[in-house]
Design a protein around this ligand. Structure first.
Ligand code: NAD
Length: 287
């Protein structure tokens, strides 16, 4: 159901690779709510992915840009203002990549060149896009800027590797830039901390199936999916959230405030009983 929440607004959406991408769902929802969009991704992703399909479907323009390159971002924001006919009202940063994860380098054997890349693509690019937008005065007063993050920025999750450090930095950039941009132009800068979601980036996380199932069992509302994340992004882009800034907003079915759930305990007990039961008597061995 559409509410015209973004009627007349202009947005830039980074990171729609394929129809599983969270950014893809956000683009679809934003247009349903009346927005006009520029879609962007790396030149390679624009060639290899299916972003042109999304552009056709949503009546959007694709402008390729590597989010780690300041000159690409300057070109992107300048051209986006021309194409859309004015300053930008909302931006979604939905970019992440860990080459250490791809190369299966564990956290205590990181390649530091690859760590630099992880931090640049997944976090510092957010600073670069905010700084470029501010220098070009490309955002309207009270614009809304969002990036997607994950709870491993606050608490340790097996297998999340150097991406945990990137997400901590990403959230810190949202606070630091949010202060300056808010004070000067009323621009809101927030991150949304999303449940595990089946996407290309999500699938790259070690033990993702287990992580997904664990989070789902622990969350009273269950995991939030990509469509639900898109709904939340739309609300955050809208004028209904004008005083929300510098926050990490958890969109995770309640996971981040849980310790143990009944569904989690039930699953845990299954393996506990299996591993600790005397095969002959069926009694639990306590020590
Ligand atoms: N999938 C999950 O479980 C999950 C959970 C929480 C947060 N997130 C975050 O959501 C965001 C989107 O990821 P997704 O799950 O939709 O996966 P995805 O693989 O569809 O999207 C990641 C995108 O990052 C883009 N990208 C990589 N390098 C880039 C660069 N240099 N410049 C511009 N774009 C670049 C990729 O081309 C791709 O489109 C990421 O920040 C991810 O960490 C994902």
């Amino acid at each position: 159901m559409a509410y015209n929440l973004l009627k007349g607004k202009r947005g830039i959406i980074f990171g729609a690779l394929n129809d599983q991408s969270i950014a893809w769902k956000v683009a679809e929802r934003a247009v349903e709510e009346g927005a006009q969009l520029v879609l962007t991704n790396t030149p390679v992703a624009c060639r290899m992915g299916t972003i042109s399909q999304l552009a056709e479907q949503t009546g959007s323009t694709v402008i390729a840009a590597d989010a780690t390159k300041v000159e690409d971002l300057e070109m992107l924001f300048s051209e986006a203002m021309q194409v859309l006919g004015g300053k930008i009202d909302f931006v979604l940063h939905s970019c992440a990549m860990s080459a250490n994860m791809r190369k299966k380098r564990p956290y205590d054997d990181l390649d530091y060149g690859l760590l630099d890349k992880t931090l640049d693509i997944s976090a510092i690019s957010f600073h670069k896009m905010l700084q470029v937008a501010k220098k070009l005065d490309a955002l309207n007063d009270f614009a809304s800027v969002l990036a997607l993050t994950y709870v491993a920025s606050h608490r340790t999750f097996f297998g999340y590797n150097d991406m945990a450090d990137a997400k901590s930095l990403l959230e810190s950039i949202a606070r630091s830039f949010g202060y300056i941009y808010g004070r000067e132009k009323g621009v809101r800068v927030n991150t949304i901390s999303q449940s595990p979601t089946y996407t290309t980036a999500g699938g790259g996380i070690k033990g993702f199936d287990g992580l997904f199932d664990f989070a789902d069992r622990m969350s009273p509302l269950g995991n939030a999916n990509a469509d639900e994340c898109a709904d939340y992004c739309v609300v955050m882009f809208s004028d209904l959230t004008r005083k929300v800034t510098m926050q990490t907003l958890f969109h995770d079915g309640g996971f981040s405030n849980m310790g143990m759930s009944l569904r989690g305990m039930t699953q845990y007990n299954k393996s506990f009983i299996d591993e600790n039961t005397d095969k002959d008597t069926g009694k639990i061995i306590y020590g």
